[in-house]
Write a protein that binds this ligand. Structure first.
Ligand SMILES: Cc1ncc(COP(=O)(O)O)c(C=O)c1O
Length: 371
């Protein structure tokens, strides 16, 4: 797709003097691997923020989700229900365990997992449902938990995109049995690469801790009693995380303002993810749907010519080669994916830049619609 110099990336992290100061402290103190003071500090600040007893740092959001599924004992012969409209890691983590991801469509409006579809695909092999809070909008966790209870299923929340998202006053990550977060460079808070598992269940927390640290036995050095993994976060990453946590509320306020500005400037031009009463959308990435799919890539091309980077909404996973064997049509996800565009959403983006992006979108659309 097009060339031109990117003036406005779709995302970039905010790194301040505090991040630099904390990272320098790791280097000065020579704690640069997965031991050091910033790791417990970051975990404690994270668990306090979410309001959950256990938070365990991991090397990224994918390893966090994988460890969460392993802690639940998900494995070969099991089925896990996963929305098709999500980032590929959600389903891959299920596959890593030997279980099978069973895809379901999303709901129109919210683009989150369809509860009707979930009920439809439950079999006697189903062990768990994965809720993904897409782009920061919480799923209907009350409805999902009711289904899980009725069918005796486990619930994993993939909160990679949803720090700061809440249902009423309760943070996402506190509804299911176990949940994971991502701190990749484009996330609302970043550690470079990083992830977190949260749970209120001490047994699950202990299992994740055991799995992420090479399966080291508790009371004997160099003795390993399970096949574990090196999924640990470094002190350097945790140091960045601690600095980011200090600005989290401010970041969330700015992201809401960015989303509101896009919504008002592009009202009636693009269709946005629904705002649901009681749900606090953290607006990780602002996405809009074009009137038709034929316009999407030409718009991206036109914006890129101006130096504005965008992304397509995720491609539905059931259409990817490794998951397309049991072909099913997922009309809502297919439609959202084909018409959807991610707009620049980083906190340092200025209002004037958003207004210019929106003007460029409107002008492009005008050229497409016959008068
Ligand atoms: C929904 C979802 N799940 C999982 C991940 C994986 O996180 P990471 O990139 O930190 O491995 C991402 C991230 O990018 C994501 O968006």
């Amino acid at each position: 797709m097009g060339v031109g110099k990117i003036k406005i990336p779709v995302y970039k992290p905010t790194i301040t003097d505090l991040e630099k100061q904390y990272v320098m402290a790791c280097l000065d103190e020579e704690w640069i691997s997965s031991k050091g003071r910033f790791i417990p500090q970051f975990e404690k600040e994270f668990s306090d923020y979410i309001g959950i007893p256990h938070a365990l740092s991991l090397s990224n959001g994918t390893t966090a989700l994988h460890a969460a599924l392993m802690a639940l004992g998900i494995g070969s012969g099991d089925e896990v229900i996963v929305p098709t409209l999500t980032y590929v890691a959600s389903a891959n983590c299920v596959s890593y365990t030997g279980a099978r991801p069973v895809f379901v469509d999303c709901e129109p409006g919210t683009w989150n997992i369809s509860l009707k579809d979930v009920e439809r695909v439950i079999t006697n092999r189903t062990r768990a449902i994965m809720a993904v809070h897409l782009y920061g909008l919480p799923c209907d966790m009350h409805g999902l938990m009711e289904i899980a209870k009725k069918h005796d299923l486990l619930v994993v929340e993939d909160c990679a995109e949803a720090i700061g998202s809440k249902i009423s006053d309760k943070h996402v990550g506190r509804f299911g049995d176990i949940s994971s977060f991502s701190f990749y460079g484009n996330k609302t808070i970043t550690t470079g690469e990083g992830g977190m598992v949260v749970t209120s269940n001490p047994t699950l927390a202990e299992r994740v801790d055991h799995l992420k640290g090479q399966g080291l036995a508790r009371f004997r050095e160099y003795w390993h009693d399970i096949i574990g993994y090196n999924y640990r976060m470094t002190n350097l990453c945790a140091a960045i995380g601690c600095a980011q946590m200090q600005r989290l509320n401010q970041t969330l306020v700015r992201k809401r303002k960015i989303a509101e500005l896009y919504r008002s400037e592009l009202d009636g031009v693009l269709e946005f993810q629904a705002e649901v009463p009681e749900m606090v959308h953290s607006h990780w990435m602002v996405c809009g749907l074009l009137p038709n799919s034929a316009m999407r890539d030409p718009l991206r091309e036109a914006l890129l010519e101006l130096g504005i980077e965008t992304r397509p909404v995720f491609y539905p996973l059931h259409s990817m080669p490794m998951y397309s064997g049991g072909f099913r049509r997922m009309p809502i996800s297919d439609d959202v994916s084909s018409r959807g565009i991610n707009l620049p959403s980083y906190p340092e983006l200025e209002d004037q830049q958003i207004i210019w992006i929106c003007k460029s979108v409107r002008e492009f659309i005008k050229t497409q619609v016959p008068h």
